[in-house]
Design a protein around this ligand. Structure first.
Ligand SMILES: [Mg+2]
Length: 186
C-alpha cells in the first residue's frame, strides 16, 4: 500500500486517492487504524469480486475478518452501486451494514455517502472508502470528506463503461496524477 503525499492531494483535486493498493489484501489496515480510519466502506464489483460475480476473490474475506478481529476495522460496510442480489457476498463478509442504490442516491453522489455516514453514526474523518473506480469511489468519497483507497480492478468492466470510455479517462488522470506509480495506471 502506498500513501499519497498530502502536497499532491492539496495541489490537485478530489480524484486523487489518499492511498493506493494493488488489491484488498495489500491494504495495511494497521496503518489506516493509526490514521484513525476505523470505519470502512468497501465496493464489491472489481474490488472484492470479478464484475457481477458472487464469489469473493482469493483471500479477501479472511483478510478483512482478521483486521476486524484485531480491532483495526471497527465497522465494515458494503458500498455498492449494484442493485442485484448480493446475498452470497453478505454471507461471506458479514458486514455491519449494506448500502446499495436507493432512488437517485448512489455513488458518487454526496447524498449516498451522507446517508451511509448517518446510518453508521460515523464521522467522515474516521471513514475510509475502498474501491476500484476513480470517480464513483475516490471522487465521491473524498468530496464528502472520506478518505479513499484505490485498488486495481479485478476483472473486466461493464459494457457500458467500455462504451463511454470510463477507464480510458481514468487512466489518463492516473498517469497525470500518479506518475511514479505506473503499476496503477491499469
Ligand atoms: Mg467497483
Amino acid at each position: 500500500m502506498h500513501v499519497i503525499s498530502s502536497t499532491l492531494l492539496e495541489r490537485h483535486d478530489y480524484k486523487i486517492p489518499d492511498f493506493i493498493a494493488t488489491s484488498v489484501k495489500e491494504i495495511d489496515f494497521k496503518v489506516l487504524w493509526q490514521h484513525g480510519l476505523t470505519t470502512v466502506l468497501i465496493d464489491i464489483d472489481n474490488t472484492l469480486v470479478s464484475f457481477g460475480a458472487h464469489e469473493i476473490h482469493s483471500h479477501a474475506a479472511p483478510y478483512l475478518e482478521e483486521a476486524r478481529k484485531r480491532g483495526y476495522i471497527k465497522t465494515l460496510a458494503i458500498a455498492s452501486n449494484s442493485r442485484r442480489d448480493i446475498g452470497h457476498i453478505i454471507e461471506a463478509l458479514k458486514p455491519d451494514a449494506v448500502f446499495q442504490p436507493h432512488g437517485f442516491s448512489y455513488k458518487p453522489f454526496r447524498s449516498y455517502f451522507q446517508h451511509a455516514l448517518s446510518v453508521l453514526k460515523a464521522q467522515p474523518e474516521q471513514t475510509l472508502m475502498i474501491g476500484d473506480r476513480l470517480i464513483q469511489d475516490v471522487w465521491g468519497a473524498r468530496r464528502s470528506g472520506i478518505k479513499a483507497v484505490l485498488v486495481k480492478p479485478l476483472g473486466r468492466d461493464l459494457w457500458l463503461d467500455k462504451l463511454i470510455l470510463t477507464r480510458w479517462r481514468e487512466r489518463r488522470l492516473l498517469r497525470r496524477y500518479l506518475p511514479h506509480h505506473r503499476e496503477h495506471w491499469f
